[in-house]
Design a binder for this molecule. Structure first.
Ligand SMILES: Cc1ncc(COP(=O)(O)O)c(C=O)c1O
Length: 271
């Protein structure tokens, strides 16, 4: 088995030797952020967007990234060199550091990077979602807190769903790890607030404007259930069609025409 190499506070280490003290505030209080992107054939995808978001998340939470952007890019390039997989997923994590009393942030944050090979889900296979009334805390920040969707995994699996669609006060926001678009009368709509600004979402909106009208606005759960197609976007899964939300089935359970088109558009953007 090939060893994977990770990064921790200035050192590149084999994954099994990358260990952190238990006084880390990410572990003790969930105080921390992360970001995730893919590297394909050694090329990080939309890296500047992910670094923008990582820096923005850190700033909002008052965390200090120990390195400037150029240095972060050097670390990432070295990680890619040490982990020569065609498809590599890189997770950058920043925590409140080793707390002196289990609550107060340390003067220095801990910067961790995990690099692991991954495979995409079959893009032609539409997935089922379970609706969940929930609003993430500080939704514009990619925090370490995924407690509610993880706690709800058994209920989700029990109905054969593979992710959630969050709604709050009647409006949909996002999925647990992806953004949501709906299609109605050949027009594309996506929520305008209450979610993490996905990098995939941003690129798709920019690129698809040439071929389809897209509007960012409030979207009700009711409207979503009445939509012609529902689509999710994320760095891990690119563009996936939604086959079903709760009891409502779309396109007889298979991928719709707009979802297919958006998949092609995103692939072009990545190159
Ligand atoms: C809560 C949440 N929303 C949306 C996304 C999709 O963002 P991206 O397209 O940048 O992967 C993610 C995944 O990063 C997420 O965790």
């Amino acid at each position: 088995m090939t060893t994977e190499f990770y990064y921790l506070n200035g050192q590149f280490l084999p994954s099994e030797e990358t260990k952190i003290q238990v006084s880390d505030l990410g572990l003790l209080r969930g105080y921390g952020i992360f970001d995730f992107f893919r590297s394909i054939n050694g090329k990080p995808i939309f890296l500047n967007d992910h670094l923008d978001r990582f820096e923005n998340s850190a700033q909002i939470l008052g965390l200090k990234i120990p390195d400037r952007r150029e240095k972060l890019k050097e670390i990432i390039n070295e990680l890619i060199r040490l982990n020569p997989y065609r498809l590599l997923g890189i997770k950058m994590i920043l925590t409140g550091g080793f707390s002196p009393d289990g609550y107060t942030p340390a003067l220095e944050s801990n910067l961790i990077m995990i690099a692991r090979p991954f495979i995409f889900k079959d893009p032609l296979k539409a997935i089922k979602l379970m609706s969940l009334e929930y609003q993430r805390e500080i939704p514009e920040v990619k925090t370490l807190n995924y407690t509610i969707p993880i706690k709800m995994l058994p209920s989700m699996h029990a109905i054969g769903a593979s992710d959630f669609i969050y709604h709050y006060n009647g409006l949909i926001t996002e999925s647990s790890r992806s953004n949501i678009f709906i299609v109605k009368n050949k027009k594309l709509f996506t929520p305008k607030s209450g979610f993490l600004a996905g990098v995939t979402r941003k690129h798709l909106i920019q690129a698809c404007k040439r071929i389809i009208e897209v509007e960012e606005r409030d979207i009700t759960l009711k409207e979503t259930l009445n939509a012609d197609e529902v689509i999710s976007t994320s760095s891990t899964q690119r563009v996936l069609a939604i086959s079903q939300i709760d009891a409502r089935v779309y396109n007889e359970g298979s991928i719709g025409p707009i979802a297919k088109k958006l998949q092609e558009i995103l692939l072009q953007e990545e190159h």
